[in-house]
Design a binder for this molecule. Sequence first.
Ligand code: ATP
Ligand code: MG
Length: 414
Amino acid sequence: MKAKIITIGDELLIGQVVDTNSSWLAAELTKIGFNVSSILSISDTSDDIAKAITESEKENELTILTGGLGPTKDDITKTTLCKIFNSQLKFNEVVYADVEAFLAQRGVEMNHLNKDQALFPADAILLRNRHGTAPGIWLERNNRVIISLPGVPWEMKGIFKHEIVSRLEDFFNLPENYYQTIMISGIGESTLAIKLENWENQLPKYVKVAYLPSPGLIRLRLGITNKPATESHNKLETEIKKLYKIIPKNIVSDTEVSLQEIIGKLLNNSNKTIATAESCSGGNIAKMITSVPGCSQYFKGSIIAYSNEIKTKLLNVNKQIIQEYGAVSKQVVEAMAIGACKKLNTDYAIATSGIAGPEGGTLNKPVGYIWIAISDSNNTISKVFQFGKEREVNIKRTSIAALNMLREYIIYNS
Ligand code: ATP
Ligand code: MG
């Protein structure tokens, strides 16, 4: 069953707003069995919208639009839909009551623009919006469905989950698609591909594999389409077991969760706490850890020890070892981790020190040369990495490598 996603808005075309609606909708539609054939972004003009819809209908059973449903003059999706469906806008009492209730909840009075939102295409099915004023629109013709949703991401997502998924499942006879994503760290994409070559060769054709690399982390997506879910699930379980045998230490998780969520679970389960002492990562590891709700159970804090002065004053790193070995060294990064554990009174500490770039590299310590240490009360380990030249990527890779080192340390050394 083919679907097309069309996002509407000049702001998308001039690069002012990043089109996150498409990727979210594509993932959700794929989950329920659609084959997303293409994604298109267009301007807010009636002609472009009408053309995009009629073109899409020729090839796709489902067309989903987002944007241009609001109360302002530039929002013309609703009137355009009426034109191409020969429908009329009619006052809709349910929409009016919803808009009134939504505004009342926020202590806002209705104005004439809000009142216009109660005008709804007479031949459409109403998709109620719990998070905003513009409702979604569902239209059908020739066994095809066209859905129009507001552009605001949380409104669009709310309507999709509450009003659309079950309607689509009732309307279309959808095949069962099954995907599972394995999170892999501590290995490069090509090395991984070589290690998995034999495993990939023995896979039946109906099992699809995709490598999705990002700095420090590779997502390996396995997918089976058009088979009953339990059969697909069992087949992928068997294949994932084989993967665990080939790359036991590199599999961070066999579901799509972040490294920081995994660390959170490991620390919570063992009732342990963590702190970070960050030089080249500048607090990014702490930011990642604190993106997980409930992290206050295990995360105590961070010292961003960027200057040598802070390394010595707050982390008790001996001045002499900084002079002797330099701030980016095994000795200093280990001392930082030990210092953080003591100062913040935690079971574990992560420390980083490196040359993030783009300037500041030397022959012996080029840009991307980074030391990471993990310490607990008994032991301290450290590792050196040579990443690339991009500052932002180096910070990301340092953070992922550090969290992965901690993960391995907790699992294999504690
Ligand atoms: P509203 O009732 O808020 O006017 P609308 O349906 O008219 O809703 P738009 O005016 O097109 O929606 O967009 C509202 C806001 O939603 C935009 O400013 C933008 O921040 C965000 N937005 C729109 N389209 C997208 C998209 N494809 N991806 C991410 N954000 C988007
Ligand atoms: Mg708008």
